[in-house]
Design a protein around this ligand. Structure first.
Ligand code: SAH
Ligand code: DHB
Ligand code: MG
Length: 221
């Protein structure tokens, strides 16, 4: 059992069930071309997000952290005709690249990229009555994950699904007093989640072509 086997199995799953079309492949290329990091979810993780959206019949989706729009496209592709997705991104370079990719995916009528820091944009969404969202995917910077999750609770309804990426960080969450602020951010979030009585939740460890990590999967009670 090693990383190579997990990678091969992940590719096997992707070949069978999470094939990327040219639009999704081009998103990955667009990140390299723009000098942006390859932090997108993997194909099988994108498909997992899409399956969750389909499971709950999501019509109104919120994402924190757009990057090039890779997870956005997986999620938005299961929306019904009148469905909407809002994705928040504070880096204009990412938002520019994402808007091009979303146009190439023909999703510009369903998806809007909201520019700004998530903690600034979330109150605006509340004032606009943009919620409640059926599914919320939290994948922006890690230190404020707990605050993002508290906003997700406000902007959702009983039955809403909240998914948070990168909450295991190669197992580094096991180490107390870890120096990395990303690790500390998700540790603080995981502890908050453990005590949160508003959701039914677990963490799904993820192995495969990306670093060993995990996604918190939550349903609002
Ligand atoms: N969800 C994407 C990957 C997101 S990577 C995918 O899987 O395809 C994380 C993104 O969050 C980066 O693009 C980064 O610029 C953005 N980000 C970081 N801090 C942020 C903040 N405070 N508010 C909004 N976006 C932020
Ligand atoms: C990082 C962020 C992500 O959202 C991810 O999926 C992987 C890594 C990071 O900031 O290191
Ligand atoms: Mg992530």
């Amino acid at each position: 059992m090693d990383k190579q086997l997990f990678e091969e199995v992940d590719k096997y799953i992707s070949r069978l069930l999470a094939n990327e079309d040219q639009v999704l492949k081009d998103v990955i290329t667009s990140l390299d071309q723009a000098g942006l990091p390859q932090f997108s979810v993997s194909p099988s993780q994108g498909k997992l997000l899409q399956v969750f959206a389909a499971m709950c019949g999501a019509k109104n989706i919120l994402e924190l952290g757009t990057l090039g729009g890779y997870s956005t496209i997986w999620l938005a592709r299961t929306l019904p005709d009148a469905g909407k997705l809002i994705t928040i991104e504070f880096d204009d370079r990412c938002a520019d690249v994402a808007e091009k990719n979303l146009a190439a995916a023909n999703l510009q009528s369903k998806v809007s990229v909201r520019r700004g820091k998530a903690l600034d944009v979330l109150p605006l969404l509340q004032n606009e009555n943009a919620g409640p969202f059926d599914l919320i995917f939290i994948d922006a910077d890690k230190p404020p994950y707990t605050e993002y999750f508290q906003w997700a609770l406000k902007l959702s309804r009983p039955g809403s699904i909240i998914i948070c990426d990168n909450v295991i960080r190669e197992g580094m969450v096991l180490e107390e007093n870890h120096p990395d602020e990303k690790v500390r951010g998700v540790q603080r979030f995981n502890n908050f989640l453990s005590a949160c009585t508003e959701v039914n939740a677990t963490i799904l460890p993820t192995v495969g072509m990306k670093e060993f990590d995990g996604m918190a999967i939550c349903v609002k009670i």
